[in-house]
Design a protein around this ligand. Sequence first.
Ligand code: FES
Length: 581
Amino acid sequence: MNQPPRKKPEELRSHRWYGVKDMRSFGHRSRTAQMGFHRSDYAGKPVIAIINTWSDINPCHTHFKQRVEEVKRGIWQAGGFPVEMPAISLSEPFQKPTTMLYRNLLAMECEELLRSYPADGCVLMGGCDKTTPALVMGAISMDLPAIFLPAGPMLRGDYKGQFLGSGSDTWKYWAELRAGNIDEQDWQEVENGIARSPGHCMTMGTASTMTSATEVLGLTLPGAASIPAPDSRHAQMATLTGKRIVDMVWEDLKPSDILTPASFDNAVTAVLGLGGSTNAIVHLIAMARRAGIALDIHRFDALARKTPVLANLRPSGKYLMEDFFYAGGLRAFLGQLGDLLDLSQRTCNGQTLGEGIANAKVYNDDVIRPRTNPLVANSGLAVLTGNLAPGGAIIKPAAMEPRLRKHRGPAVVFKDYNEMAARIDDPALAVTKDSVIVLQSAGPQGAPGMPEWGQLPIPQKLLKQGVRDMVRVSDARMSGTSYGACVLHVTPESHVGGPLALVREGDLIELDVDARSINLLVAGDELARRKAAWREPAPKFTRGYGLLYLKHIQQADTGCDFDFLETGKSSVAAGGEPEIH
Ligand code: FES
């Protein structure tokens, strides 16, 4: 096989910092010596930035303190010079109102760390929900050689001899507690057993969806996304990742050499076949647009129509990521998708996607189903349009009660999250199982940050009657671990005057999943009157990052990136802006 051409040491970007003979490079070298490194440790070697999103407040990344040492080991072994650079950790369980408010901030931080320091290439360490798209977006824009190390899923949860799934079982047992079917003692046992190791959520939630998508895009080593975080094979993968990035620098293998429209189609197809999180839609669109690739939401619907759900994973199915790994993991799963993928796409190890999954085997065909026995034949995800969502909305038919696929009911409207929280369990609330619950002001501008509020709660009085699913509509996102007949990402959002803002109590709303439609059954002239009377709400921020966010955030159908970030390359290596000396 032909070896790719290799850079010379003086062609490294870091040469400007370390290799030239001037006073500033003296400063760089003397300060590197201050940290205990001799010239022979770094001279003429690729400097590898390790962007590490470890934090004391991110439980999904607790093992990154150890893993980063294993990444460094690989970089040293391959003849590189590792430099760890901590970046903001977006901790899904703790950050309010939502980590999504800060996804673009981490993307900017990643890009600017790479730009301003002597990085020749980078290892991106993330996994907790937004950290993956954020790091990848920043790395795409900078376009230096980049490889992603996924945090890996945590072990299965455990409660009274049953497995628990992140998120999914929280919603489930919370509903049982509110319905009076379990008591406080049971609830505390769920609390103690649901997250019992390092690693990200182990359902097919947003974290597993995005790390898997990133592997399919070719930005991780084959098999990296499925390994449970505490498994020794995860540590081995960290070292291999560190080794590989050094060669990627010498080969000058950058995201722009790997990412294509076909690789994004592959990622979308894999997400659909995994029954992955709806959040992948905004993230993949944003990532693609960073790469100059025009991915839009309707592509998701087109690919969904021909993609079966083959991964029997919660929340759509039965098993958890640990089971998925033992069943063969993502490589075996991709082998089942076979001809639905373009296997000729290049990946970061220099091989094609097809070469990376060659010989992968399925060891449990109930976890990774064959094409002849899918969990869902097709359309695990659907894109809806109609007068309630002219820019589109989405729903996950695989995770809802089938009786609600075609439904018409009167709206019960909450103007914001606080009003919903205050009134939803009011016994006097005029709601039945046929009502359509509507939440406004939960979108990118309105909430702000488009939080995962979209799995609107079922009113307690209906829970007690045994109701477990209803049609719910909002401009919010939904946790990838959630389920239900939830119409999400309604675009344009209510805060900017989208039709969702015009819905009134009792209006009829019609959902038809098969027709891919969501409509407000109110006459056009009445809607025009309401629109004329609508006033834009006051902005939620008047200073700081929040103000920057409000001025530049875009709507869900284009990925919620900042307008000034989504196109254009930032590094001279990618033909973009000149380096600043
Ligand atoms: Fe980190 Fe779910 S809380 S991935």
